[in-house]
Design a protein around this ligand. Structure first.
Ligand code: ADP
Ligand code: MG
Length: 277
């Protein structure tokens, strides 16, 4: 049943302590089926049994054609969306069976998010945005640490500006500073460079790499093969399944993998619509 296990078939070797290493992110048979509004018996299988294990400190890019289930995979692994079937464990804790409030508390302590549209709060300054997750988690950062995080991404002098006063690249760096300040053990990023020009995108990728080097587990969805080439491992999605994975750093090779995921004999590249025949 672990047909798409990656690298779940290579069990984690003993860690430095001699104990088996627990993957930071682990999914088994993860499935997400959406109802189609207005079509009572039609459903979209966005995620069709994905299994994977991501070691602590790994930097994984999730690529694949549009509609292949990349965002759904990220959101269900992060516990932002409920899986229809299967299991997800983060840092050895199964989140799929956790009560919603407990899951939210766990998330706010251990998981950070970077999204294409930054998810900054328009009415708050950059520094206030950076300290917001810690406030929600009930242990607010001092202004000093919020400004230090902004300084680390070169934005100390923008601490008191609001998102509309910042460029797209600066906003995304605020989002990165926000993640860095709360020091989560796992970061999920969905198209973090999607709205940025090349050089702003490079800055964001450099910071994601740096987080991984410091031991944070980074999972990044991207359609940009150059961005994917900055990760340690590339997971290729196709039709809701994990079609391939690779450790290549070659953008052209990643483009080939995405292309062959787009035109498979089976499964179909489009998420199949069930019950709609
Ligand atoms: P990707 O991020 O790879 O472009 P998504 O994970 O966003 O793909 O979507 C996978 C499939 O699931 C698509 O066919 C999409 O239309 C469908 N889908 C995603 N979210 C929903 C939703 N909330 N309701 C219904 N269908 C959805
Ligand atoms: Mg998406």
């Amino acid at each position: 049943p672990l047909a798409h296990a990656w690298p779940a078939q290579q069990p984690g070797g003993p860690g430095p302590s001699g104990a088996p290493e627990v993957p930071a992110v682990s999914a088994r048979g993860l499935t997400r089926v959406y109802d189609v509004p207005g079509r009572r018996d039609a459903r979209v299988v966005a995620l069709d049994g994905v299994s994977l294990d991501l070691p602590a400190g790994s930097f994984t890019a999730v690529v694949g054609p549009s509609g292949s289930g990349k965002s759904t995979l990220l959101h269900t692994m992060a516990g932002l969306d409920e899986a229809t079937g299967g299991r997800v464990s983060l840092l050895g804790r199964e989140i799929t069976t956790m009560p919603a409030a407990k899951r939210a508390a766990f998330r706010s302590h251990s998981v950070g998010f970077v999204f294409q549209d930054y998810n900054l709060i328009a009415s708050l300054t950059a520094a206030e945005n950076v300290s917001m997750p810690s406030r929600l988690a009930g242990r607010p950062l001092g202004r000093g640490r919020a400004v230090a995080a902004l300084e680390a991404v070169g934005l100390a002098d923008r601490a008191d500006l609001k998102p509309h006063q910042l460029s797209g690249g600066e906003r995304q760096r605020v989002a990165i500073a926000r993640v860095m300040a709360s020091r989560p053990r796992i970061v999920f990023a969905d198209e973090p460079t999607g709205a940025l020009d090349l050089s702003a995108g490079q800055v964001v990728l450099t910071w994601l790499r740096r987080l991984a080097e410091q031991g944070t587990t980074v999972v990044m969805v991207t359609h940009d093969v150059e961005a994917a080439a900055r990760a340690d491992t590339v997971a290729v999605m196709s039709g809701g399944r994990l079609a391939a994975w690779s450790e290549t750093r070659d953008a052209a090779r990643i483009a080939e993998l995405v292309h062959s995921a787009r035109t498979p004999a089976r499964p179909p590249a489009q998420a199949p619509v069930l019950g709609a025949r």
